[in-house]
Write a protein that binds this ligand. Structure first.
Ligand code: NCD
Ligand code: ZN
Length: 348
């Protein structure tokens, strides 16, 4: 197959940051995605309805009017869960129709997660409200104990936090975000239909060797960290299976070159400039291009109880070279596959 047309995809996990960099970052996602779930881990975090609506306005203002008209791009906002989130905030958020989920970061798990949850039990009143109002909880599924090996944090989280949580809130819709292991794939597969998972292009494309090829490569460092090849194979099987529980979430997480190439480099991979193209490549390699539309454009919409997009996009097999660097406000950023050739291209 040399070309494929699918319903316009959505990105169910995206970081677009704020301020000067917003316009540059949004330009990449609005090339092809119709909607995106916007992560709330700003500094300070987006913890209330008011903050989320103001952030939404800044996002809309950073997208050119022509782009909004041609793509109808809609940011789907989220709230950042803390130990002190007011349970009444959920009803308020739901009533706006602009806020679609609440994000649970275990405190200290990743970039800008210092205000995250220290013990999920502290948030049970909020989770009751989420369950009641049918709003999904998005989970960064890693424990933060420094004595747990960084490669085991997802597995330990499933055993210690997620399994009990699913039992305590059987009706709650939960998205296990950016899954990286066979353990997570198996957990989601065995769970009821109210549990879904997003999978990133980088966890489908690379194993942990990518971080150390010929030296230390900070642009492959993200959280959850890249894993062993056997886990990558499980993720490919899950994504390309056609199972409606797995859907597209890029976790595109931009950081400037200066903040990545440092003695304490930030976690996060900027894949928005190549994301849908890489997913197409991965599905092609797995002999499952016919399953791409479900994963990219249908399963997520169904999970979030939103309509599937009406427009379509076309990807063609035609090589192009990813730029070495891209602008990021007054800084620069290195996209995933910088300087490399990518085999699929969005043509319309
Ligand atoms: C994300 C970021 O930079 O905001 N980083 C990452 O490595 N994925 C945070 C996150 O989603 O964990
Ligand atoms: Zn993320």
């Amino acid at each position: 197959m040399t070309s494929i047309t699918i319903k316009q995809p959505d990105d169910w996990h995206l970081h677009v940051r704020d301020g000067d960099a917003l316009a540059d970052i949004l330009k990449e996602t609005t090339r092809c995605f119709a909607r995106a779930i916007i992560m709330p881990n700003l500094k300070p975090p987006v913890t209330t309805t008011e903050l989320a609506l103001a952030y939404r306005d800044r996002i809309m203002a950073a997208i050119p009017v022509e782009t909004l008209q041609s793509t109808g791009f809609t940011p789907l906002m989220t709230l950042y869960l803390t130990d002190n989130t007011d349970p009444a905030e959920i009803k308020k958020a739901k009533q706006t129709s602009a806020i679609h989920a609440v994000k649970y970061y275990p405190a200290g798990a990743t970039t800008n997660s210092d205000s995250g949850v220290t013990n999920i039990k502290y948030t049970y009143k909020v989770l009751e409200q989420l369950s009641e109002h049918g709003m999904p909880l998005l989970v960064h599924g890693e424990v933060t104990d420094l004595d747990v090996d960084v490669f085991d944090r997802e597995k330990v989280f499933i055993d210690k936090v997620l399994s009990p949580l699913v039992k305590d809130f059987p009706e709650l819709r939960i998205v296990f975000e950016h899954i990286t292991t066979k353990y997570a794939v198996d957990f989601v597969k065995a769970a009821p239909a109210n549990i879904g998972a997003t999978i990133t292009p980088h966890h489908l494309l690379y194993n942990r060797n990518a971080m150390f090829k010929g030296g230390i490569r900070p642009h492959y460092y993200c959280l959850p960290i890249l894993k062993h090849e056997q886990h990558r194979q499980s993720l490919i099987a899950a994504a390309t299976s056609g199972d409606a529980k797995y859907f597209l979430g890029t976790d595109s997480a931009p950081h400037s070159i200066a903040s990545k190439e440092s003695s304490c480099g930030c976690a996060g991979i900027y894949n928005a400039p190549v994301a849908i193209e890489l997913y197409a490549y991965i599905f092609e390699q797995a002999g499952a291009l016919d399953k791409l539309e479900g994963f990219a454009s249908i399963h997520g919409a169904n999970f979030y109880q939103l309509p599937v997009n009406e427009k379509s996009i076309t990807l063609e097999k035609s090589e192009w070279q990813v730029p070495e660097k891209l602008p990021l406000g007054n800084e620069t950023i290195s996209p995933l596959c910088a300087g490399e050739k990518v085999s699929w291209r969005v043509t319309s």
